[in-house]
Design a protein around this ligand. Structure first.
Ligand SMILES: Cc1ncc(C[n+]2csc(CCOP(=O)(O)OP(=O)(O)O)c2C)c(N)n1
Ligand SMILES: [Mg+2]
Length: 410
């Protein structure tokens, strides 16, 4: 009782700061293939330990092993590799375009490409994602035109959203990509509500909610779990744990909970953790969770364990808050290199073909960029009409907006 009368609270601190030696020895990585694959109608109480493990398929030798392996054909895997490579190249070009002043803002996916690219391939047409800004792979893997994405980033005359959204906050109903909300965590309650509405209208489309590690600290995350678990909504609850929330390490939002997946246990929601840098594991777990939703078995919470290799956004400099070499020390490797090695191991890919594919993809991305730039960039060329600013919210324009439009003379 030495402390009686002297209260204090606890502020979690990251293991290392800039200048220190990166250390992930506290991240326990189970062997690939070691986590069982339960039936989809499993009693959640019997799989609570899965919220503390990590489902992995690809081992160090590049082999796919264990009960979660074997769901994808070689063609599908090659396509997945191409999607991830495309997203990475797209990111690099758009990050450069931001530095050249062609857009005000950009956010990359570096190191996290497998999460959104593999998840998309487990969904059916009509299913709806409620993404954050770090799931553009959902669009790329669904064949959404890159030119349209770039037009949005440039806020040019061909921007499908007419300059009304922050760059990278895409929206496409046809591709199951709900308009991104800048207010973090709102996606979670929106997704659960949409899923309940789908069930109420006797539809067969399910929803997928997306959130980052940091944003799970928002009350919307918890409110969404209440509704999803009580009403057994047909939704997959995705948490992308990339270790950082801008400059805040994941331990702040996680607090005393062992893992983010463990947040689901108190709600009786089956909660799994998966190696987010393993395309095969992400796809297999997504399939499992999506099937549960579609068969009226209720929500599943999936934590993707990954690492944000790049800066948070084009406005951020991570060297101010973490060691520069931290991403090299990340024990789950790089998702593109891991899938590439697997395909080489299988004899359906080679270093030479990979280099050739990199060049082809770069050419395609540059061609899309040229086309987008012909419609204008932030400070040059075509812009959306000022008149558009007044459209798109109300079915019938209310008098005050009509007056404002007249005042603007458009
Ligand atoms: C409600 C709300 N609070 C704060 C912000 C500012 N903000 C934007 S991104 C971000 C960090 C989010 O981190 P995380 O949820 O881990 O996602 P990540 O960026 O790592 O993918 C913050 C605090 C915001 N957009 N909305
Ligand atoms: Mg994060």
């Amino acid at each position: 009782m030495a402390d009686a009368g002297m209260l204090r609270f606890h502020v979690p601190e990251p293991e290392v700061r800039p200048g220190g030696t990166p250390d992930f020895s506290n991240v326990t990585i189970p062997k690939a293939g070691s986590v069982p694959r339960p039936e989809i109608d499993v009693d959640p109480r019997t799989i609570r330990d899965m919220a503390f493990s990590i489902i992995r398929v690809l081992n160090r030798a590049g082999e796919a092993v264990g009960p979660w392996a074997g769901l994808l054909t070689d063609e599908e895997l090659l396509e997945g590799l191409r999607h991830m490579m495309t997203l990475r190249t797209f990111d690099a070009r758009m990050q450069m375009a931001q530095r050249q002043g062609k857009t005000s803002f950009y956010m990359q996916h570096l190191g996290e490409e497998a999460v959104s690219c593999a998840f998309r391939k487990a969904l059916q047409p009509g299913d709806m994602n409620f993404p954050t800004y770090r799931q553009a792979g959902l669009l790329i893997a669904d064949g959404y035109p890159m030119v349209k994405m770039m037009n949005q980033i440039y806020s040019n005359e061909a921007d499908p959203l007419k300059g009304r959204q922050l760059p990278i906050m895409y929206s496409s109903k046809e591709h199951g990509f709900f308009s991104i909300s800048g207010n973090l965590a709102t996606q979670y309650i929106q997704a659960v509500g949409w899923a309940m509405a789908s069930a109420i209208s006797k539809d067969s489309r399910i929803a997928a909610a997306w959130i980052g590690d940091g944003s799970t600290a928002e009350s919307d995350f918890h409110a969404a779990l209440v509704f999803a678990s009580t009403y057994k909504a047909p939704v997959v609850l995705n948490v992308v744990n990339n270790q950082w929330a801008i400059s805040t390490f994941q331990g702040i939002a996680r607090g005393g909970s062992g893992t983010f997946a463990a947040r689901g246990l108190g709600f009786g929601i089956p909660s799994l953790r998966v190696d987010g840098n393993d395309y095969l594991a992400v796809h297999a777990v997504a399939k499992w969770a999506i099937e549960r939703a579609r068969r009226n078995l209720g929500p599943t919470l999936v934590e993707y364990v990954t690492y944000r290799v790049g800066a948070h956004s084009s406005s951020d400099d991570p060297s101010a808050y973490r060691p520069k070499a931290e991403s090299d020390a990340w024990p789950l490797g790089d998702p593109i290199i891991r899938l590439k090695n697997h395909l080489i191991h299988k004899g359906v890919w080679s270093e030479q073909r990979h280099t050739q594919a990199e060049a082809e993809i770069l050419e395609t991305v540059i061609a899309a960029q040229k086309e987008a730039e012909s419609h204008g960039t932030l400070h040059a060329g075509g812009k959306p009409s000022t008149r558009d600013m007044f459209e798109g919210v109300y079915a019938e324009m209310p008098p005050h907006l009509r007056r404002q439009r007249q005042q603007a003379g458009v």
